[in-house]
Write a protein that binds this ligand. Sequence first.
Ligand SMILES: C[S@@+](CC[C@H](N)C(=O)[O-])C[C@H]1O[C@@H](n2cnc3c(N)ncnc32)[C@H](O)[C@@H]1O
Length: 443
Amino acid sequence: MLRLGDILKTIREEKGLQLSEVQQQTGIDMSQLSRFETGKRLPTVEQLDLLSALYQIDSSLLRIERESDRIITSFDDPELGLKSLEVAKEKLTQGQKYLNMFRDSNLAEPLGLSSRRYIGSKAKLVDWIYETIAEETNDIHSFCDIFAGTGVVAERAVQLYDNVILNDLLYSNNVIYKAFFAPGEWNREKLCDIITGYNALDPDRIQPNYFSDNFGGKFFEESEAKRIGYIRQDIENRRHSLTEKEYAVLIGTLIYNIDKIANTLGHFEAYIQKPISHKPLYLKLIEARTVPGIQIYREDANQLARHIHTDLVYIDPPYNSRQYSRFYHVYETLVKWDYPDLFGVAMKPAPENMSDYCSNRAGAAMLDLVQHLDCHYIAVSYNNTYKSKSSSSENKIQLEELRNILETVGPTTVHEHKHRAFNAGKTDFKDHKEYLFITTVND
Ligand SMILES: C[S@@+](CC[C@H](N)C(=O)[O-])C[C@H]1O[C@@H](n2cnc3c(N)ncnc32)[C@H](O)[C@@H]1O
């Protein structure tokens, strides 16, 4: 292995100097000089500076060689040594942030589909939903989650049934489904390399950008908002060298990780009006996989209903006036990346993808939906927040109305489960209940 000694000897010979001449000019004993060149001893920093001056070579170059010799001689196991060097580099460059990186990559749960904050997510109800479906239905092979939200209900369906359809109006949900489930080529190592580069970005060297100009100091700390905007643009710049799946996995990864540092209560209607605590963005790849035969749509549920057939359709729409495209507008903007003008305190774009289910048309929309589905069973989640004191949380469809709508297509059973839900502080949830309707559709 090349060491400092070899370098010192080469320079001396290039300069045409004998060891005795070096001794004369530096005052370093000849036997010591010889031991330096054979690698039996390392010169002190002062001795090295004398040699640099004599050889007319930048002293910092020789000091680096000396330090690297010190490092390699301290390793018994070369492989462990190399890995330790990489870690040492991270510690030096990341400083205090290193602890967060260690925690996230070694102690935190992997970034699975259900690890995201989402209003109305059924993550905690999935077992109960499928137990009820199993009790009430027979012979299910295909499943459609037509208001899929996070996709946690469909995720279980993927394990149980041959064919699964996921649908949601939001662009951000669509890209997340593609990231977690869509078939297609992708290279995990390539994406890990890209992410490692993102994690090493120094915010002080990044220019303010669309994302930081609009969301910095509000939903995200200024420095982290700059990194998010930079990363999103970089993903776009690389698009030609990424497969569709890789593109989706990178964007999905960005969304899942920024959810962990967002200065919010889990949605972007508002941000927390306190100084933002420092949480550096450290990206971790999501648990992406490919599921053959899965179908992913971003359509209005009522339109999609008219051209699909599955054994069971699971329906979990919004039930009050609060629109998901407004709750998650930051992710919509991040995914579309078309730099819209933004308005108001929460920096929202012009309304898009507004759902009929959040309006007074909800009952009519639900009736139209169930009457146009081509399936054997319909399972509908329903939660009653209608005792709420906040009018925006009032249900647009009442429980009896929903039962009547479902009875128009077949006999319906109602199942009840107690569940705590999203609560902006005004709602009394003592009576809060979660229901599941199962309709066996008439032939
Ligand atoms: C209550 S959430 C679904 C939650 C989901 N079951 C979960 O566990 O994450 C309702 C979803 O319906 C979507 N949505 C609203 N109106 C829609 C429509 N007309 N067609 C399709 N999706 C719609 C919203 O974007 C939202 O993600």
